[in-house]
Every structure is written in C-alpha cells, then in structure tokens.
Ligand binder design. Structure first.
Ligand SMILES: *Cc1c(COP(=O)(O)O)cnc(C)c1O
Length: 393
C-alpha cells in the first residue's frame, strides 16, 4: 500500500468502526462482564486489544495504536498523555539504578531536564553527545551504557543524525536505540528501517495537527514491545478517547498537510536565504544544515519546521521583528495548521557537549497552511522593523 492510502485506512479495521467510517469514541472506566468465563477470557486477552478496564484502553485507543503502528512500523504502540510523558516513560521502562545513557546534545529541552533532574536522582547517569557524532559514538559507550537516545533533526538547531550508523554501533554493544521522531511524523522518516528500537512522537504536533490536543506515542520493535507496554501500564499511563478521536481525524490529512507545509516552508526558506540579514538556513533539505547528507539519504520529505540564524541584530531589533507580526504568533509547539515563530538568543543555554556557533539571534519558524505570499510579506515587514531599530542603535 502506498503512503497516502495507508493514511486513509490506518486503524480503521471493522473491529473498531462497527460499520461506519470512523472508529467510535468509547468512553469507559469500568468494563462489565456477565459471567466468570467472560471476565477470565478478557483478562487472559488483556494484551490483545481486549477491553478489561478503561486504563488499559478502549476500542478508540486500540484503533489509534493500530494506526500509529501501521504508519511507523514496529510491533505495537503505547500511548501517553503528552509527548514528554512518552519520552520519560519509554526511557524509564529500560533503565535501572547504576545504568548510563547517551543523550543527544540537541535534545528537546524537557528531555534534558528529565535526565538531569529525575534520572540523575535515581542513579542513572547521562552523557550528552554531539548530534554529528556518527561512528565516534562508540568511544562514549561505557560498560553500563544501556540506551542511546537520538532526536533527528535536533530541536531548534536541526542537526540531522546518522541514525543507521549510530544504531548499528549501539546494537553491537547491546544498547537500545530510541529516537524522538516527532519531526519525521511517521511519514518522512521510517525509524525501523534504520535500526531504531523505540520511536517516539509528540503526536501533539503533526499527528493531531490542529493545536488542540496533547498526546504522545512510543512504538517499539517486537523485542522491546512487551516491556514498553507493561511499563506504560504499570506507570498508569492512559489517554482520553476524545483526544484519540481527534488524533485519528488528524491522521487522515497528515500526508496532504505535510506536503503543503513542505512546499510553503521551502519557499520561505529560499526567500530567507537571499536576505542580507540571514547567515544560515537550518532546514534539513538545505545544504547549510548540518547532516543534510543524511536527510538526503534517509528522509522522504520535509515539513513546515526549520530555523535560521541572523548575521546581525540584538534583542531590541529581534523584539521589533517579532512584536509586529500578523500571521506568525509566538508560541511553543508546532505542527498545527497555523504559522508560529520563536526568537532565541541563548541557544547554548540548552547544550553542554557542544557549542552552537551563533553570535546573533536564531529564529525558528513553523510555516502553516496560510498563503505563503502573505507569510513572506509578514516576515519582510518584520525585517524592515528590525533594520530600523538597528539603524537607530
Ligand atoms: C513538542 C515536542 C515534544 C514534547 O511533546 P509534548 O506533547 O509537548 O509534551 C517532544 N519532542 C519534540 C521534538 C517536540 O517538538
């Protein structure tokens, strides 16, 4: 089945749809049984998408898990109430006191905080590594290293990692490979074809796609699926069927949305590349982005999220740029239908193993589904305000 056909059909097995087009929203805490045999049978099948108790999931969560497994691959998908919960709980499922993990230096900030503030307290140590480490990751593996965590492209700075090389070395040393695949969205990067063991997504972003639900997923290969699933259950992780319904609805347009995000973001990035104020485009499909060669080799496409570094400016000029925008609102998160912008002046505050070389502000954009010419005009006026402040300072 081709990708777009998969997207239409994912999770829509007759078991979950009951003869209509979409899986039903099954809201439940208690599941009731009439006979001892029925109850015993349900408990015996608790790992086979059988309803036993609301926390273990209902037909809506089974449909969404199926859909994510069909998109990403792997043996099963555990669901969490946010992307951050997916990351922290997936790591927790595979570490114990005394273990060591390797974490990419360009990781999403809350992922770092979890390592530094929670794992450390439990006696699990973290070494941060250069996202461009490649085969040199081997030198960082210790006797007690059990897990290597990747995020590709990296948060904010967008480095694309050499996933298959790192995965092969990790496996040689019996380390589990986890990837934050939120940017890939289950469409543009196929984690299990490149040696990943657990692929995590903030479904909050492109899967939901409309900025109205928090949701996380962790999809695992056969070898690790039972442990991931059991730990998710043991930690009491569960998700609302109404939110899952919205995520299932979001999936139906994921392919077509990503194509449009990609088209518009590419146009904006090309326009920015010609601006005299721009030092560097950090978009995986552009040669100036670290790891561009791995993007070309391993990815099927891009999306609406990228960054760029300025070659001039200061906080005041950046503020003038940001404050007057009409279409770009400032906000954390991305992956919805709307454009967003973040101005960042302290990239190195969230790095420790590497120094990101930028003297001037970095701007991260999420290019939404608005008409791209309106977006470019908005940014163009932003540069006028920016330059005016610089000229007067
Ligand atoms: C947003 C994001 C997360 C966290 O997702 P939440 O649902 O906001 O907790 C994790 N990783 C990446 C790369 C993200 O962009």
């Amino acid at each position: 089945m081709k990708q777009d056909t998969k997207i239409v059909n994912a999770g829509r097995s007759a078991k979950w749809t009951n003869g209509v087009v979409n899986p039903a929203v099954t809201r439940a805490s208690t599941v009731v049984f009439n006979t001892v045999a029925e109850m015993n049978n349900a408990v015996a099948n608790r790992h086979n998408q059988t309803m036993v108790y609301g926390r273990r999931g209902t037909t809506t969560s089974f449909a969404f898990s199926d859909a994510m497994t069909e998109l990403e691959g792997g043996a099963g998908c555990a669901l969490y109430p946010s992307g951050t919960a997916a990351i922290t709980n997936a790591i927790l499922a595979f570490v114990k006191q005394g273990d060591h993990i390797l974490m990419v230096d360009s990781a999403y900030e809350p992922t770092r905080d979890y390592c530094d503030k929670i794992l450390a307290k439990m006696g699990v140590s973290t070494t941060y590594y250069d996202p461009m480490v490649g085969a040199d990751i081997e030198a960082l593996i210790q006797d007690n290293t059990c897990l290597i965590f990747l995020e590709s492209p990296g948060s904010i700075t967008m480095e694309v990692q050499d996933v298959p090389t790192i995965s092969a070395i990790a496996h040689k040393h019996d380390c589990i490979v986890m990837l934050d695949n939120t940017w890939g969205a289950g469409i543009n990067f196929k984690p299990f074809d490149y040696g990943v063991d657990v692929s995590i997504q903030a479904a909050t972003k492109y899967i939901v796609g409309h900025s109205d639900v928090m949701l996380g997923t962790a999809t695992a290969v056969e070898k690790y699926w039972p442990q991931l699933r059991d730990y998710s259950y043991l930690m009491g992780q569960c998700t609302s069927p109404d939110d899952l319904y919205l995520a299932l609805r979001g999936i139906r347009t994921l392919g077509i949305r990503l194509k449009q995000h990609q088209k518009s973001a590419t146009k904006v990035a090309q326009w920015l590349q010609e601006r005299p104020e721009v030092a560097k485009i950090l978009h995986p499909a552009f040669e100036s982005c670290p790891g561009h060669e791995f993007f070309k080799r391993d990815f099927e496409g891009s999306n609406g999220l990228f960054s760029f570094v300025l070659n001039c400016g200061n906080k005041e000029a950046l503020t003038a740029f940001l404050d007057g925008l009409h279409h770009f609102k400032m906000g954390y998160s991305w992956g919805g239908f709307e454009s967003l912008i973040l101005g960042i002046t302290n990239v190195n505050a969230i790095r420790s193993a590497t120094t990101f070389d930028c003297e001037f502000p970095l701007i991260r954009l999420h290019i939404g589904l608005e008409d791209v010419d309106d977006l470019i005009e908005d940014l163009s006026k932003g540069f006028e305000r920016f330059n005016q402040v610089l000229a007067n300072s």
